[in-house]
Design a protein around this ligand. Structure first.
Ligand SMILES: [Zn+2]
Length: 260
């Protein structure tokens, strides 16, 4: 006879609202606007409850236009301005732009070092990033190469590099001590296991998205589309709006954080 496996409450695969909250969290994305189409309402909920959030954009979205005559550096500067305005609406403590090439983001050692610097400087309990394992969505949509690259780079920077003093040892000599991130939340996933009730902050997500004026073609229809997506996810846990994540708990040490 073998004992039944203990139930891990963080690995719930059913429709239960996820109430754990990190004291500090970092959102790592490929482009300006990804974080706002992604986990903005969860970020706003956590920040309202006392968490401190930081946003990292690997690129500044300098290919994000259909006008080939547009100067990429001018576009990048305006997208950074839009992202800073959106981040203020969500309530992030700050934004870092890593200035990697849009459309050509690569999970290479230079990017990993930049991310490890961010992680060891801000020292988050949780990291939110794009699910790198999705290539094709069920509706046929392709997950952009930069989204996959940012997601896997973030995962690789969190584990093992950020916690390993022998990874980029010059960082320790600069005073950036190793740091253990306890949890990774992957968004835009096809395998969610965590639903966050964002009924109270979904309007902030819409407001943040509207700050990306260069990217939003139909600002009037935006609120309706966001409400429809979040409403479908919310219905799973019996609330008006939810955002979904594939949660990986790396370390179960939650002393620094709080349960809502
Ligand atoms: Zn994007």
């Amino acid at each position: 006879m073998t004992e039944p496996e203990p139930v891990d409450p963080t690995a719930v695969s059913g429709p239960v609202a996820h109430d754990w909250r990190p004291g500090r969290f970092m959102v790592i994305v490929a482009h300006p606007d990804d974080a706002d189409f992604g986990p903005a309402a969860t970020a706003a909920r956590w920040i309202d409850a006392g968490s401190v959030g930081w946003l990292v954009c690997c690129t500044s979205g300098d290919q994000g236009s259909e006008d080939p005559e547009l100067d990429p550096s001018v576009l990048a500067a305006s997208r950074e301005t839009e992202q800073r305005a959106a981040a203020e609406i969500v309530g992030y403590a700050g934004v870092s732009f890593l200035h990697q090439p849009d459309g050509a983001l690569a999970n290479d050692l230079p990017l990993r070092e930049l991310l490890v610097r961010e992680l060891r400087t801000f020292r988050p309990d949780a990291v939110l990033t794009q699910d790198p394992e999705v290539v094709v969505y069920p509706d046929g949509g392709i997950n952009h190469t930069d989204h996959r690259a940012a997601g896997i780079a973030a995962v690789d920077a969190v584990y093992p590099a950020a916690r390993n003093p022998m990874a980029f040892p010059w960082l320790v000599r600069e005073g950036l001590a190793p740091h253990r991130v306890g949890r990774i939340y992957l968004f835009w996933t096809t395998a969610p296991n965590a639903w966050v009730d964002v009924s109270a902050t979904i309007d902030r997500k819409v407001a943040a998205l509207r700050a990306h004026a260069s990217q939003i073609r139909d600002p009037e229809g935006l609120a309706g589309r966001i409400a429809e997506w979040a409403g479908g996810d919310g219905a799973r846990i019996g609330v008006a709006a939810a955002e979904t994540f594939r949660l990986a708990v790396i370390d179960d040490d939650e002393e620094e954080s709080t349960s809502a």
